[in-house]
Design a protein around this ligand. Structure first.
Ligand SMILES: Cc1ncc(COP(=O)(O)O)c(C=O)c1O
Length: 384
């Protein structure tokens, strides 16, 4: 309840979905049709998504988390196995491993890309390691070539958490296009580059992998048999038709929406240049094109992030502290594995200094100016 009240109080919101009249028409069209689940819109959305990425199979589901969960099951991960992943991510990147009874093994991140350091990934491999889950954080592709090569060398499965990275490229190739990880998970929560409300997708070039995901999301039903025949224990992770229709309409505008996000990011970069001795925006990384998911800045060490964040909130600017605490320092992971501060120094340092500023396609120039002025005033007040 408190969360929703807090949302209402901010003058400038952290994120907002980009909903156009066509999106509304698509959803209303489904409602008028009376066909609300297991209908044509999911299939159309899946085909359009697969085309966008240039991948053979796209299977829609009801969240990025369920996409990750089904990927773990399909990759055969289970009790006794270890999966290497990033502690600097949304908690679902580790929870999906716990959900199948396996152990997430974290490795620290590279301070420029904020993605897992491939050298540390290789060092963390044990006889129990079964897979690596690369996370494309803040819309920047993980080192897919290196992670895939490590997995091939050690006979591990490479999987991608692409929930934050629709449209991201490395060396001109889209993250999650099925040529690195055997499969990738996508999420469409309303703060993402495109939304279905709640929703997710698994993409893969592997026919058997796709078949398994299709079964798991629909109660383990045998795809060719009669309706009530189930050959594995599955879930209800289906995406409904209204959400799929919204996804389809959003996907038609994805390039335009990504370009708008990039423009907002560049506008922030310009305005924050005078504050460069106090903060650093997300960097450009050679060979990468970021798909702008959040606009996060890293405050330099002489600035108290929590005080700046509190000031901005007091002035009506909603901010996020991504990802603070990082996953290994969340209560549930501390309790289970005994993690303490200092386990992953780069992750902890970045988590401690980051603030995500209001960021979405429709953020007006005057709000960008205002956020930057507030940030300037908050920092200057602290320097006195
Ligand atoms: C990196 C990452 N993984 C997984 C998820 C989970 O997606 P969802 O919220 O759709 O379950 C998110 C969403 O916030 C995410 O950012």
């Amino acid at each position: 309840m408190g969360y929703f009240n807090a949302m209402a109080e901010f003058r400038i919101k952290l994120s907002a979905p980009d909903i156009a009249d066509d999106d509304i028409e698509e959803v209303v069209g489904v409602l008028r049709s009376g066909w609300l689940s297991l209908g044509p819109k999911v299939i159309e959305f899946e085909q359009a998504f697969a085309n966008y990425l240039g991948v053979k199979h796209a299977i829609a589901c009801n969240s990025g988390t369920s996409a990750l969960h089904m990927m773990m099951l399909t990759a055969g991960i289970g009790p006794g196995d270890e999966v290497i992943t990033s502690p600097f991510s949304f908690i679902a990147s580790a929870n999906c491993i716990e959900m199948v009874g396996a152990k997430p093994v974290f490795v620290d991140i590279d301070e420029l890309s904020l993605n897992m350091d491939p050298a540390l990934v290789e060092k963390a491999i044990t006889p129990r390691t079964k897979a690596v889950l690369g996370v494309h954080i803040f819309g920047l592709s993980a080192e897919n070539d290196k992670l895939k090569a490590i997995c091939e060398r050690h006979k591990l499965v490479y999987l991608e958490d692409a929930c934050e990275a629709l449209g991201a490229t490395q060396n001109g190739r889209k993250a999650g296009d099925g040529r690195h990880g055997i499969a990738a998970a996508w999420g469409f929560y309303p703060n993402k580059q495109m939304t279905t409300g709640e929703g997710g997708m698994v993409t893969t070039n592997d026919e058997a992998f796709a078949t398994s995901i299709r079964k798991l999301r629909n109660q383990g039903r045998n795809l060719s048999a009669a309706w009530l025949e189930h050959d594995v224990v599955g879930y209800n992770f289906r995406l409904d038709e209204m959400s799929a229709a919204l996804g389809l309409a959003q996907l038609r505008r994805i390039d335009d929406m990504l370009a708008k996000r990039e423009r907002v990011a560049h506008a922030y970069n310009e305005r924050l240049w005078p504050l460069r001795e106090h903060l650093k925006p997300l960097p450009e990384v050679m060979g990468h094109r970021r798909s702008w998911f959040v606009y996060s800045i890293m405050l330099k060490r002489h600035i108290d992030r929590d005080k700046v964040a509190a000031k901005l909130a007091e002035w009506g600017v909603q901010v996020g502290k991504y990802f603070s605490p990082p996953i290994h320092l969340q209560t549930c992971y501390r309790k289970k594995y005994g993690y303490k501060e200092g386990a992953f120094p780069v992750t902890e340092d970045i988590a401690h200094r980051s603030i995500a500023l209001p960021f979405h396609t429709k953020l007006p120039e005057k709000d960008i100016d205002n956020v930057c002025e507030c940030l300037h005033d908050a920092i200057k007040a602290m320097m006195k």
